[in-house]
Write a protein that binds this ligand. Structure first.
Ligand SMILES: [Zn+2]
Length: 133
C-alpha cells in the first residue's frame, strides 16, 4: 500500500493532504475555504452531502471536552465565579471552533482515510475503483 496508515496520521496531524502530503487542504490566502479537490493530486476533499459533519463533530467535541467542561468544573468548585464562567465559556464557545476549523477538517480527513485507506487514489489497485462510492 503506497500510503500507509502511519503516513495518513502524520499527514493529518500536520494539516496536509492524506494522499500526497502537501499542504493543500485550503485555498491559499483563505482561512476557511476548503478546496473541493487537492490541487496537487486531485483527491476529492469535500466528499458530498453530510461530509462536513465529521469536522463539525470533532470541533464540537474538542471544544466541549477541553474548554467548556473545565470552565464549568472551575465554577462548580468555586475557583471562578459564575459570571466569569459564563463569560469565559461563551468566549471559548465562539473562539475555539474558529481556531480549530482547519485542524478539525484535517483530523476528520485523517480519521476517514485511516479507516478507508483504499479510498486514497495513491492506494487504488483497480482502475475501476471509484471515488464516488
Ligand atoms: Zn493531495
Amino acid at each position: 500500500m503506497p500510503v500507509t496508515r502511519p503516513q495518513i496520521v502524520s499527514r493529518g496531524l500536520k494539516n496536509c493532504c492524506p494522499n500526497c502530503g502537501h499542504q493543500t487542504l485550503f485555498q491559499p490566502g483563505t482561512r476557511f475555504t476548503l478546496n473541493h479537490e487537492c490541487p496537487d493530486c486531485g483527491l476529492k476533499l469535500d466528499r458530498g452531502d453530510g461530509f462536513f459533519l465529521g469536522p463539525f463533530v470533532i470541533n464540537y467535541t474538542f471544544t466541549i471536552a477541553c474548554f467548556i467542561v473545565p470552565v464549568i468544573l472551575l465554577s462548580i468548585f468555586g475557583v471562578i465565579g459564575p459570571a466569569t464562567a459564563i463569560a469565559l465559556g461563551g468566549a471559548c464557545a465562539l473562539v475555539v471552533p474558529l481556531l480549530l476549523y482547519r485542524t478539525s477538517w484535517s483530523w476528520w480527513l485523517m480519521t476517514y482515510f485511516y479507516f478507508l485507506p483504499q479510498k486514497l487514489p495513491a492506494n487504488r489497485t483497480d482502475a475501476s475503483d471509484s471515488d464516488e462510492e
